[in-house]
Ligand binder design. Structure first.
Ligand SMILES: NC(=O)C1=CN([C@@H]2O[C@H](COP(=O)(O)OP(=O)(O)OC[C@H]3O[C@@H](n4cnc5c(N)ncnc54)[C@H](OP(=O)(O)O)[C@@H]3O)[C@@H](O)[C@H]2O)C=CC1
Ligand SMILES: O=C(O)[C@@H]1CCC=N1
Length: 273
């Protein structure tokens, strides 16, 4: 089994880092990108993967081709090498917003395409990934993709129409948590805590809360109430979050990211028509 990555950015790296620690040998991976040779060298030195600057050759050798370029670059990437693909290969696309039909039509063949939306926590085997089956992909292809992504976290299968929502929620999701941590670190600074101590406390608070959600299966509002003593500190703090409409902001954030996923797909369609 040979897996070729077209694109060697942060998502490709997260996936390679996870997959090569589990299911596949680094030598089974071929990594190529647009032009940044130093990035390919880094990938080779860090993960032991094969690198290739001839994209046509990289595709010809593959059983699975993983599309890991930005949505705006996919047409420019696939069109010149479309002839190198054949229908026995499986394409797994990581691209936000881009449909499996668009990918098959860019290649001009009835290619089996699975659309995947992982997140960067794949790097440590903790991705939340959703998969959707394209028109020419069989259950066997879904199984292959599921097996691959299960090496880097949990996998759920959804209808392709839901992938925009998944992208806004869990594809982008880690960034929302990091943004919260950034704010907590700034606050810790302002209230006079030493940076290293604050960092450790914040990290364990996030880990502990995530584990509580999983282990107890209690609704988050119930867990929140358990922290909130009447007239206490949490109530005072949450009162400020409510005044800033924190939950509304979060809901609007996820809706906007979902909408952006749709826009990315539509922008590509109008540029290739
Ligand atoms: N980052 C994330 O958290 C997630 C990203 N995704 C999706 O993954 C994809 C990649 O995102 P990300 O890794 O963040 O992006 P990056 O910008 O980090 O990486 C993009 C990569 O694509 C390469 N590339 C550009 N043009 C071509 C081309 N014509 N042929 C081959 N490779 C090309 C770039 O090469 P070079 O450096 O040489 O220009 C670079 O290696 C996106 O489509 C995104 O929607 C999905 C889930 C989560
Ligand atoms: O920001 C993006 O467009 C990509 C898709 C999901 C996470 N990162």
């Amino acid at each position: 089994m040979t897996i070729t990555f077209l694109g060697a950015g942060s998502m490709a790296e997260a996936l390679i880092s996870g997959v090569t620690q589990t299911l596949y040998e680094p030598k089974q991976m071929i990594v190529t990108n647009r032009s940044r040779m130093e990035r390919l060298t880094y990938m080779q030195q860090t993960y032991g993967v094969r690198i290739e600057t001839n994209k046509e050759q990289a595709v010809k050798e593959a059983d699975i081709v993983i599309l890991a370029m930005k949505p705006k670059d996919v047409a420019e990437s696939l069109t010149p090498i479309a002839h190198a693909f054949h229908e026995q290969q499986l394409i797994i696309s990581l691209l936000a917003g881009v449909t499996t039909d668009t990918i098959a039509s860019l290649i001009g063949k009835q290619m089996p395409v699975i659309r995947a939306m992982p997140n960067t926590s794949a790097a440590i085997g903790q991705s939340a990934t959703a998969l959707a089956q394209g028109a020419y992909a069989t259950d066997k292809h879904v199984h292959m993709a599921k097996e691959l992504f299960e090496t880097v976290g949990i996998v759920t299968i959804v209808d392709e129409k839901h992938l925009h929502a998944v992208t806004g929620l869990s594809g982008s999701g880690p960034a929302y948590v990091y943004y919260l941590v950034e704010a907590m670190e700034k606050a810790a600074d302002e209230i006079g805590l030493e940076r290293d101590i604050a960092k450790e406390l914040i990290l364990q608070t996030i880990i502990g809360a995530a584990h509580m959600l999983k282990a107890t299966n209690k609704h988050p509002s119930v867990l929140r109430k358990e922290v909130t003593s009447p007239g206490g500190t949490t109530e005072a703090g949450i009162g400020v979050l409510e005044r800033y409409r924190y939950q509304e902001a979060m809901i609007a954030c996820i809706k906007r990211a979902t909408e952006r996923s749709k826009e990315l797909g539509e922008a590509l369609l109008s540029s290739v028509q």
